[in-house]
Design a protein around this ligand. Structure first.
Ligand SMILES: Cc1ncc(COP(=O)(O)O)c(C=O)c1O
Length: 472
């Protein structure tokens, strides 16, 4: 593990958690960076929070339980990336010299690791800037290519914003979009999907793991339905092909087993920074046999099979490749570790606090994303009282607004229960000590906030809140 240079003033800051990842690495003590005088005024409250929060003996930063928002770069990933930020700076598209060749070779190795994680051939992986871009290109690119004859798109009400906004854009262009509702457990109904299919459905986009509630959609069943019923419908109208199946797997890749062939998936969006890789890179799986066609969103030098022009960033791609390789090798270990911690957290919280709702199906569920509503407590007030714990009261992308989460609303939660929810994102580097600290802190804070809640007092007195006529 290299120490970053520059006259010994900067040391790589490693916590006890990141150390776990590098076997045999020498332990170095936590050390703060010296802050130049000129920058002192930039540091506000954030700095104070980051400095003072502590758990156990060595941590100096808040506890991070927001693994759906992003994950830290695994030190082994950083090790793999560094040569491509220093000596090995060739453009992977330069064909005439060794600098280009070595970058190209590294990119292709990474591409193979990324493909292997989902049972795909390296040639089917189009490198992008992340899942947002992959989702945009899958929906818009495919719909625009097949749009002359097929004008219908199906997606769900609980997709990530970038899928929903791409679908809205297609509506403006004249496409018809069905936004499938979900059941109260967050799963789609296969009957409703079947009923929504039309002869002119060009693409069905259904996410693999939901980023707010961790629910896993039945991908293999969806893939099979599109191959049978979807193909029959198209054929009956004299149209070729079946509806293409796209899945946003940003929260699923590297966490649950995925196989594009077994699941009948034609397009898949992947993101590096959700699996301990760097931010700003991702991929789109695009099936070659039978070939999926799409209109590129970015035109230029014809890189990435002409579907995504632009010079690749080898350091990011290599980091993503290493993160994918590690995720494949360690998936079982990670899953067991994360399941254990999620169970421990949930058991402690549900055992000590009454009136807690578990949001999302408990069986078809990725344990690293646990969403609970602490009834009669405002999620935002809870977050304010938990300054030394970083978690989210909804999707990271919408938590800036005080609107209740549209995902929780789609499950049928009322505004109050949606507002009282917290998402616990547990990852590879989360420790038992952290989870225990979080549980005890939440128990205390919920108790304190409920002491101030007239609603909770009324519930304790046996009053059914639904029977109350509120004035004003
Ligand atoms: C389900 C889902 N899709 C897409 C994205 C966007 O991914 P990226 O940050 O790689 O653009 C996210 C990130 O929050 C996500 O959770």
């Amino acid at each position: 593990m290299p120490m970053a240079a520059s006259g010994g003033t900067y040391r790589w800051h490693r916590t006890r958690r990141s150390l776990r990842a590098t076997a045999g690495a020498a332990r170095c003590s936590d050390q703060h960076l010296p802050v130049p005088q000129s920058l002192m005024s930039c540091f506000t409250d954030f700095d104070a929070i980051l400095q003072t929060a502590s758990v156990g003996d060595s941590a100096t930063r808040p506890i991070y339980l927001d693994a759906q928002s992003t994950t830290p770069v695994d030190p082994r990933v950083l090790d793999a990336m560094l040569p491509f930020l220093t000596n090995q700076y060739g453009n992977p598209h330069s064909k005439t010299h060794a600098y280009g060749w070595e970058s190209e070779a590294a990119v292709e190795t990474a591409r193979a690791h990324i493909g292997a994680l989902i049972g795909a051939d390296a040639k089917e992986m189009i490198l992008t800037s992340g899942a947002t871009e992959s989702n945009n290109m899958s929906l818009k690119g495919v719909a625009r290519f097949y749009g002359a004859k097929k004008k219908h798109v199906i997606t769900t009400q609980t997709e990530h914003k970038c899928v929903l906004d791409s679908a809205r854009k297609l509506q403006e262009e004249g496409f018809e979009v069905t936004y499938l509702p979900v059941q109260s457990n967050g799963l789609i109904s296969m009957q409703e999907l079947e009923a929504a299919l039309r002869p002119d459905t060009c693409v069905v986009s259904i996410m693999a793991v939901n980023n707010e509630i961790g629910v896993i959609q039945p991908l293999a069943e969806i893939g099979a339905l599109l191959k049978t019923k979807g193909a029959q419908l198209a054929k009956s109208a004299g149209l070729s092909g079946k509806p293409l199946f796209h899945t946003d797997a940003a929260q699923a890749v590297g966490k649950i087993e995925l196989d594009v062939d077994k699941m009948g998936i034609d397009l898949m969006s992947l993101s590096s920074h959700k699996i301990y890789g760097p931010k700003g890179v991702g991929a789109c799986y695009v099936r070659r046999r039978p070939r999926v066609r799409m209109e590129p969103l970015i035109n230029g030098g014809g890189q990435e099979r002409g579907l995504r022009s632009g010079t690749l960033a080898p350091h990011l791609v290599v980091g993503f490749g290493e993160a994918a390789r590690l995720a494949k090798v360690e998936m079982k270990y990670d899953h067991a570790h994360i399941s254990y911690l999620a169970d421990r957290l949930k058991t402690r919280l549900l055992g000590a606090i009454d009136h807690v709702l578990i949001n999302g199906d408990e069986a078809s569920h990725y344990p690293g994303c646990t969403n609970l509503s602490f009834q009669y407590v405002e999620g935002e007030s809870l977050l304010m009282a938990l300054k030394d714990i970083c978690l989210s009261s909804g999707s990271a992308c919408t938590s800036a607004s005080l609107e209740p989460s549209y995902v929780l609303r789609a499950l049928g939660l009322d505004d109050e229960n949606a507002h009282s929810s917290l998402r616990f994102g547990i990852g590879r580097f989360t420790t038992q000590e952290e989870v225990d600290y979080v549980a005890e802190k939440i128990i205390k804070v919920v108790e304190r906030l409920r002491e101030m809640s007239p609603l909770y007092e009324m519930v304790q007195e046996g009053i059914d809140l639904k029977t109350i006529q509120w004035s004003g």
